[in-house]
Design a protein around this ligand. Structure first.
Ligand code: AHR
Length: 518
C-alpha cells in the first residue's frame, strides 16, 4: 500500500515539474513570411491509392449486393461521402504490383462475361474482374476526383497500353471507342494521369534503371494525346534512397516525355523483417517509426537535387505515389491482405509527411497514401455494414485547407523529442495562404510527453481572427474501433493567444494542430 501511495506521489511530483517546465520553457520562435509566395501546393499531394489487394477494392469500395447499406450499383456510398468531405483530389488504380499483371480488357463489358484470373501478387485469390475500368471511373466520378491509372509494363505490351488509352479518351470513331460506347460511356473519360508501370525495379519486372528508361520511352511513345486530353505520363521511380534510379531516368528520359517521376517510400519501424504491430508497440517503436517517417525529408531533398541537375526549371514533378506506415497485419487476418489498424501514431506520421510535401511543393506535385480502404495506412476501415474513419482520415480532413493554396516559407528551430540517447525534432510544420488570403499553419508535436510553446510571427500580415482544430490522443497506440469509431476525432483548439502581431500557441503532446488566421 505504502509503495502504491509513494508511486502516486512521485507521479504527481513529476507531472507538476513537467507542467511547470513546459510553461517556463522559452517558446520556440516560428516566423512565417506571408508576402512571398510563388509556389502552389498542388492539391494532388493529397491523393490516394487503391489497389486490387485484400479488402481495398473487393469488400472495400466494391461490396456484395446483399450488404444493407447505401450503394450505387455495388459501390459503397458511405465511403464515397467520407472521401468527398475531405476533397480527395486523386485516386491511383489498379496497383501497385497488381498493375503489372492487369489486362484492362478483362475488366470491361458485361460482368458475367469477364474472365476470372488469379491475383498472383496478393494471396492467389480469384480476381473476377467485376470491378474494372467503368467501375473505377464511376467511383472517381462520384468522389469528384481525378483518376490516375497505372498501365501494365511488366506483362503487357505497348499496343495493349495504347489501346486502353484509345478506349478511354478517343472521341472519334474507332472500334475501341465504339466498344466504350456499347459499354455505356458515350463520351471519352478524359483520363490524363497515366503511370507507365509500377516499381519496375521490383515486382514490376526487376529491371535496371537503364533498361526501364528505354522501356518507358518505348511505351510512352504510343500513349497518345487524343483531342481534349493531354496525358500526364508518370515514370516508375525509385525505391526509397535508390538515387541511381532517379539519376538514370532523369538522364535517359527527356523531360518533355514525362510529366512526373515517382518515388515509393514506406515507413517501417524496424525494417521489412520486423514491421511490428499496428496497435501494440512501445515508445521505442513509436520513436523509430516517426524517425523513419522523417527520412522522407532527406529523400525528397536528395531526389529533388538530382532532378534539379537535369531539370532546373522543375518541369518534371516528383510523384510520391506510394507512402505510409506499413506494419504487421491484424492478428487473424490474411497476411497477403495487408489489413492493419490505424493509431494516433499513424496520424502523426501522416501529418508529418504532408508537412514535408507542402514544404517541397515546388517539386512534389502529386502523392498517394497507400491505401485508401482496409489496406496499410487506410483512411477508412470497414467491417460488413460498419465503417470507421481512422486518425489518418482526420489528418487529411484538417489539412485539406492547404490544397491549391500558396506555400509559405517558415523558419524555426524545433526543440528535441528525446528518447533514451536519441533525438528527433519534436515539432514539424507547414503553412499556406489560400485564395481568400487566409493563412493556415499545420503544426505537429511528435513528443508524446511534453507540450510545446510556440511564438509565431506573421511577417506582413495583420491578424484579425484566429481559430484552430486539434487531433490528439493520450496514447500513441490509441485507435478508433468499430465499437468506438469516434474515440479520436478533431476538436476545437483554443490554447493560443494573440499578442500584437504574434500568436502564442501551446501545442499539446502528441497532437496535430491546424490554425486558421484571418
Ligand atoms: O502498397 C502495397 C504494395 O507496395 C504495392 O502493390 C507495391 O507497389 C508496393 O511495393
Amino acid at each position: 500500500m505504502q509503495t502504491i501511495i509513494s508511486r502516486i506521489a512521485l507521479g504527481l511530483i513529476i507531472l507538476f515539474f513537467n507542467t511547470i517546465f513546459s510553461f517556463a520553457q522559452n517558446p520556440t520562435q516560428l516566423t512565417i513570411n506571408t508576402t512571398q509566395h510563388d509556389v502552389v501546393i498542388n492539391k494532388n499531394i493529397y491523393g490516394h491509392f487503391s489497389e486490387h489487394l485484400g479488402r481495398c477494392i473487393y469488400d472495400g469500395f466494391w461490396v456484395d449486393s446483399s450488404i444493407n447499406i447505401a450503394k450505387k450499383g455495388r459501390l459503397r456510398l458511405d465511403i464515397v461521402e467520407a472521401l468527398k468531405k475531405i476533397h480527395l483530389p486523386l485516386l491511383r488504380w489498379p496497383g501497385g504490383c497488381f498493375a503489372d499483371e492487369y489486362h484492362w480488357s478483362d475488366g470491361i463489358g458485361a460482368a458475367s462475361r469477364r474472365p476470372k484470373r488469379v491475383n498472383t501478387t496478393w494471396g492467389m485469390v480469384t480476381e473476377d474482374n467485376s470491378f474494372g475500368t467503368a467501375e473505377f471511373l464511376e467511383l472517381t466520378d462520384l468522389i469528384g476526383c481525378e483518376p490516375y491509372i497505372a498501365g501494365n509494363v511488366g506483362t503487357g505490351t505497348p499496343q495493349e497500353m495504347a489501346n486502353w488509352i484509345e478506349y478511354l479518351n478517343f472521341n472519334g470513331k474507332s472500334s475501341l471507342s465504339d466498344q466504350r460506347r456499347q459499354n455505356g460511356h458515350d463520351q471519352p473519360y478524359k483520363v490524363s494521369f497515366w503511370g507507365v508501370g509500377n516499381e519496375s525495379w521490383g515486382c514490376g519486372g526487376n529491371m535496371t534503371p537503364a533498361f526501364y528508361s528505354d522501356q518507358y520511352k518505348r511505351y510512352a511513345a504510343f500513349c497518345k494525346n487524343y483531342p481534349g486530353t493531354s496525358l500526364k505520363k508518370i515514370a516508375s521511380g525509385a525505391n526509397a534512397d535508390d538515387y541511381n534510379w532517379t539519376e538514370t531516368c532523369m538522364k535517359e528520359i527527356p523531360g518533355d516525355q514525362m510529366w512526373g517521376l515517382s518515388l515509393h517510400y514506406y515507413t517501417l519501424a524496424d525494417g521489412w523483417e520486423h514491421k511490428g504491430s499496428a496497435t501494440h508497440f512501445s515508445e521505442g517503436e513509436y520513436f523509430k517509426a516517426v524517425k523513419k517517417c522523417l527520412f522522407m525529408e532527406e529523400l525528397v531533398q536528395k531526389h529533388s537535387a538530382i532532378m534539379d541537375k537535369y531539370d532546373p526549371q522543375k518541369k518534371v514533378a516528383l510523384c510520391v505515389d506510394e507512402w505510409g506506415i506499413w506494419t504487421d497485419v491484424e492478428p487473424g487476418t490474411n497476411p497477403a491482405f495487408l489489413y492493419q489498424q490505424n493509431s494516433m501514431r499513424d496520424a502523426i506520421i501522416a501529418a508529418t509527411t504532408l508537412n514535408i510535401f507542402n514544404n517541397h511543393s515546388d517539386r512534389v506535385r502529386l502523392a498517394c497514401l497507400a491505401q485508401t480502404v482496409n489496406v496499410l495506412q487506410a483512411l477508412v476501415l470497414t467491417n460488413k455494414e460498419k465503417m470507421l474513419l481512422t486518425p489518418t482520415y482526420h489528418v487529411f480532413d484538417l489539412f485539406q485547407i492547404h490544397q491549391d493554396a500558396y506555400a509559405l516559407s517558415l523558419q524555426f528551430a524545433s526543440p528535441d523529442y528525446t528518447f533514451k540517447e536519441n533525438k528527433i525534432p519534436a515539432i514539424n510544420a507547414s503553412a499556406s495562404k489560400d485564395k481568400n488570403g487566409a493563412i493556415h499553419i499545420s503544426l505537429v508535436n511528435t513528443d508524446p510527453h511534453r507540450s510545446i510553446d510556440i511564438s509565431t510571427s506573421l511577417d506582413g500580415f495583420q491578424i484579425k481572427s484566429i481559430s484552430g482544430l486539434i487531433l490528439h490522443a493520450d496514447n500513441f497506440t490509441d485507435v478508433n474501433t468499430f465499437e468506438k469509431p469516434d474515440f479520436i476525432k478533431p476538436a476545437v483548439f483554443n490554447t493560443f493567444k494573440k499578442d500584437g502581431n504574434k500568436i502564442s500557441v501551446q501545442i499539446p503532446a502528441l497532437s496535430v494542430v491546424v490554425l486558421e488566421i484571418k
